[in-house]
Design a protein around this ligand. Sequence first.
Ligand SMILES: [Zn+2]
Ligand SMILES: [Zn+2]
Length: 389
Amino acid sequence: MSAVEFALDDAVTEAGVWRRHFHATPELRYEEHATAAFIADKLRAFGFDRVETGIGKTGVVGLLKGKRSGPGRNVGLRADMDALPILEANEVAHKSTNIGVMHACGHDGHSASLLAAARYLSVSRDFAGSAVFIFQPAEEGGAGGKAMIEDGLFDRFEVDEVYGLHNMPNLALGKFSTTVGPVTSASDRFAIEIEGRGSHASRPQEGIDTVIVGTQIVNALQTIVSRNVHPHESAVVSVTMFQAGQTDNVIPQTALLRGTVRTFNPAVQDLVERRLKEVVTGVAGLFGAQATVTYLRDYPVTFNHAESTAHAVRIAQGLVGAASVEAAMKPVMGGEDFSFMLQKKPGAFVFFGNGPSSGLHTPTYDFNDQAIASAAAFWVRLVQDRTAA
Ligand SMILES: [Zn+2]
Ligand SMILES: [Zn+2]
């Protein structure tokens, strides 16, 4: 084993300690103050050429220049730092000490893996150009990636290509998975406020029952995917919240529904938004109720650029062998705000195996420390490969 491999192994081992520290001290979106400070301190200790904090509120960016001679390119590497409002159910030594907050999406592992690569590359600097290490806040519903861009991320740091990694539960350790084009869906949110007429529960003829109106709307919304969207296209419409009434002898005056829409194709996204509004207004009108729809386009489709994806696949194959890299995975129906970075720069979003594990966003999920090795090695190879002119 070469000295180079030893150093990466050492970094990976140390990163396991950092990962468990992050896991034990999780912070919600835009509150990643301790996490960001920890990361910035490490990057400075590694001798980075530039470290900036507070980009997009709590984001951290570190610039590392390679020492290979000749012109080089600038590659961006992105990890996320935030945790979720979930009460951890794991009984582990590194269990969350911030009760009700939990690293249930593995962002603790993403940050630790990128730090491992940062440590290794800061020692070897065995690349041309520069590597821009992006630690973003608020991936979970806070559009932290967008906030960093709006705060001048790509003006302050020159980036020719940008890549993101995310762990995938139940994909074997050491495996990678990605695809060209849409890799995660657009994620929209909606709220439907229904106004009917409250009445005594025994005198329904005097009221307009918002429970009946709401349930009819929930049912009718399911026809958008089954009857309006082309069978070859994908879409999800989920009503995830239904609030109405306080007691058992009153027909409630109002009801509130909330939910999410997931799509890959902008034309389908437009169609679903239009039909959702038509269905809600139409069904409410049928019963003499009023309904207002608030529709919010949250995260766009994460669209992997063809050339960058080919580079990522080739690099992963070089690392773990062709059989361990899925290059045409089925896109994930989940939102991911790395999408905003891929709207600005060419690049790709790649999944790596977390081994057998609970699902993301569940109270029994835990990032697998053994997955740090493959993620960190991918980052190192990516920098060495993509910065070469
Ligand atoms: Zn998540
Ligand atoms: Zn995540």
